[in-house]
Design a protein around this ligand. Structure first.
Ligand SMILES: [Zn+2]
Length: 115
């Protein structure tokens, strides 16, 4: 497990960063929704802005899930092993995508192929 200490720290840092950003997004959404001004004509723009914020929030949340899953794999000593073919994921790939759960060969495969 020691061998992934650095990656683990990196993942935790990234998780904190995303959580901070999500909090900010939530506050922005609350803020724009909390003060509607029907006469301003800017409502559509605000709504569009909310959609963007929510889309960002969704992306961040899915990354958060991947990071949590990666941290769990480190705890279970399964980190760096492809969840599909059980081969080792290349260190270069893990460096580029620390939360990768599949090797480069399986990365493009559909999840539904799993059985
Ligand atoms: Zn694989």
């Amino acid at each position: 497990m020691k061998k992934y200490d650095q990656i683990r720290r990196k993942l935790i840092d990234r998780r904190d960063e995303i959580k901070g950003r999500l909090n900010k997004v939530d506050q922005d959404i609350l803020h724009t929704n909390g003060a509607p001004d029907p006469d301003s004509g800017e409502q559509a723009l605000e709504r569009e802005n909310d959609d963007v914020l929510e889309a960002l929030g969704g992306l961040a949340r899915s990354e958060l899930e991947k990071i949590d899953a990666a941290l769990e794999r480190i705890e279970r000593n399964e980190y760096g092993i492809c969840t599909l073919c059980k081969k080792n994921i290349s260190p270069e790939r893990l460096k580029a995508i620390p939360f990768a759960d599949r090797c480069i060969d399986c990365a493009d495969k559909d999840v539904d192929d799993m059985d």
